[in-house]
Structure formats: structure tokens, C-alpha cells
Design a protein around this ligand. Structure first.
Ligand SMILES: Nc1ncnc2c1ncn2[C@@H]1O[C@H](COP(=O)(O)OP(=O)(O)O)[C@@H](O)[C@H]1O
Ligand SMILES: [Mg+2]
Length: 301
């Protein structure tokens, strides 16, 4: 066989195997919903929400994975009371496989520590991507929901995450500064392109009335000035036992299953499981492409 023939044969074989993997990926029956939990400022309860929301979804019989995307101040592990040896970074670098990195912390709740993996995902070259997609594609088939807990603020990665996910969950408290910061997040995100599926959760609310009023003030301003609509996903009451649960390293709804806070988490979870949130085209593969390219799924195959 000539050198040229061999090269051609190798190229065809490589193409065929890529094609097989692609169709395997695309044919996956189940496709997880991808959520990103975000906020304008820190300390509003994103991580607390992500962890307890995941547990509440699991209680509804769903499989959930939390990916800690707050690489500077990762603390999902503290709230879950688990320590991860490896991070998403190890997958991005091809050093570990998904099954070495993900941990089942509670029945049907898994966790992957982000490390600096999320920002590396965003910078990834196309040739590294195929491997990651193959690995993370397993998640998409196995899980019902993938929750990215992000850091706070206006950085570029978070903006990309908001656009790339099926649904962005914006956590806000009734404090005027928190509402203003949430508005700025949406404003910044919508400067790039229209923001689609955004829902809000009012956390640390003194009462349902306060939560609903906070939401209405927020959504009216958003509707008026940003011309976009935000739905209220729910609210979580303020409860001084939340920090205590964190100190005890036991998720709140595990420690206090009969509380008003746990009830609201369960309400939110059943709202999600009953509503079949809209999924963006192309699933996780396009999610990653949108993260890398910071725009729609135009270039996704
Ligand atoms: N519903 C709540 N009631 C009382 N305290 C809360 C509530 N939700 C969160 N907290 C507290 O707020 C602080 C910040 O929560 P955290 O989830 O780490 O915020 P973020 O991830 O947005 O920075 C923690 O000390 C937590 O105990
Ligand atoms: Mg956090």
C-alpha cells in the first residue's frame, strides 16, 4: 500500500469513527436540561439553592448533577459535605475520565468540582472539544438535569453561560442592591443578544408577599427597559438555620425536611419536573459550542 493510500485510509477510518460517535451522541434518547444558577452579587444563596434544588429534584425521582462553576470560591463540596479529588479541569486536560471525577453524594445527586475547568472549557480549541463532548455526552444521556452553579458578577464566562444554558436561574434577594445587581446582569447579557429563558428565585424572603412584590418590581423594570420577560420560578424564605446547616456540612433540606424552606424547594422542583422546560437545540454539544464561541448554535454540526 502506498504512503498516499495509507494516509487516505487512515483519514477515512478516522472520519467514520468520528461520524459514529457523533451519531451515537445525537441519537441519545434522553437529553438533560441544562440550568445555570447565577446572580448579580455574591452571597445571595446561589450555591445553597443549587445544592438543595438538586436534592429536591432527586426527591422527585430525577437524576441530577451539580457542576461547580464558581472556580474562585468553590463551595458546593462544603455544602454537600463531600470532597472531590479531581475536577472538570482533569477532564478538559484528558487526565481523568468522567467516572473518576463525578461523585454520587446523595442518591441520584452527583457532583463535579469545576476547578478552573469551566473557564478552560470556554477557551478550548475545537480539536480538544470532541473528546470533552464524548465524555460529557455521557452526562447528558444519564442525567435529567445538569446544574451549573456559577460565581457572581458580570464576567464574560457567566454571560456566555446565561446564553448557552436552557434556562438561567437568577437568584435575587429582596434587598434593593441585589435587585439592582440582577438587573445589571440581565442588561449586560442582553446587550450581546436577546436573553431567552430566564427565571428568578427570590431568596431570603421574609414572606411570600415580600417575594412576590420583589419579583413584580424586578420583572416590570426588566420588561420596560430590557424588553424581556422573566418568570418567577419561586421563592425561599429566610431561615437562620440555613447557615447552621452549612456549618454542619449537611444540605439544609436533608437536615430539616419538614421546614418551610424545604417545602418551597420541593415546590420549585415539582414546577420544573412538571413543566418540561424548553431545551435549546443540539443539547450539551451546542451548549459547549455556545460557551466557546459565545453565540448561538450557528456553527454547530
Ligand atoms: N434562605 C436563606 N435564609 C438564610 N440564609 C441564607 C439563605 N440562603 C442562603 N443563605 C446564607 O447566605 C450565605 C450565602 O449563601 P451562598 O449560597 O454561599 O451564596 P452564593 O453562592 O450566592 O455566594 C450563606 O451564609 C447562607 O447560609
Ligand atoms: Mg456560591
Amino acid at each position: 500500500m502506498s504512503e498516499q493510500e495509507r494516509t487516505l485510509r487512515d483519514a477515512v477510518a478516522k472520519q467514520a469513527s468520528l461520524g459514529n460517535r457523533r451519531s451515537e451522541f445525537n441519537n441519545s434518547a434522553k437529553k438533560a436540561n441544562i440550568f445555570c444558577v447565577t446572580s448579580g452579587k455574591g452571597g445571595v444563596g446561589k450555591t445553597c439553592f443549587s445544592v438543595n434544588f438538586a436534592l429536591a429534584l432527586a426527591k422527585c425521582g430525577k437524576k441530577v448533577i451539580i457542576i461547580d462553576g464558581d472556580f474562585g470560591f468553590s463551595n458546593v463540596n462544603i455544602m454537600l459535605g463531600k470532597n472531590a479529588k479531581y475536577t472538570l479541569e482533569h477532564i478538559v486536560h484528558g487526565e481523568k475520565r468522567l467516572e473518576d471525577v463525578m461523585e454520587e453524594c446523595y442518591p441520584n445527586v452527583w457532583y463535579i468540582s469545576g476547578g478552573s475547568g469551566v473557564s478552560e472549557l470556554v477557551k478550548m480549541r475545537d480539536d480538544q472539544m470532541e473528546k470533552i463532548i464524548e465524555q460529557l455526552g455521557i452526562l447528558e444521556r444519564e442525567m435529567d438535569y445538569i446544574i451549573f452553579d456559577t460565581g457572581a458578577g458580570m464576567n464574560d464566562n457567566i454571560m456566555k453561560m446565561i446564553h448557552a444554558s436552557d434556562q438561567a436561574i437568577l437568584i435575587t434577594t429582596p434587598e434593593p442592591t441585589s435587585i439592582l445587581d440582577s438587573y445589571v446582569v440581565l442588561k449586560t447579557a442582553s446587550e450581546e443578544m436577546p436573553v431567552g429563558n430566564v427565571t428568578a428565585v427570590i431568596n431570603k424572603a421574609a414572606s411570600e408577599k415580600e417575594a412576590v412584590e420583589t419579583f413584580h418590581n424586578f420583572s416590570n423594570v426588566v420588561h420596560r427597559y430590557l424588553k424581556c420577560d422573566v418568570d418567577m420560578l419561586g421563592f425561599i424564605p429566610f431561615d437562620s438555620r440555613v447557615p447552621q446547616a452549612i456549618t454542619a456540612m449537611v444540605p439544609y433540606i436533608v437536615k430539616y425536611p419538614g421546614s418551610a424552606v424545604a417545602y418551597q424547594f420541593q415546590q420549585i422542583a415539582s414546577r420544573i419536573t412538571n413543566s418540561h422546560p424548553e431545551k435549546k437545540e443540539g443539547g450539551l454539544k451546542n451548549f459547549i459550542l455556545r460557551l466557546i464561541r459565545g453565540r448561538g448554535n450557528r456553527n454547530a454540526g
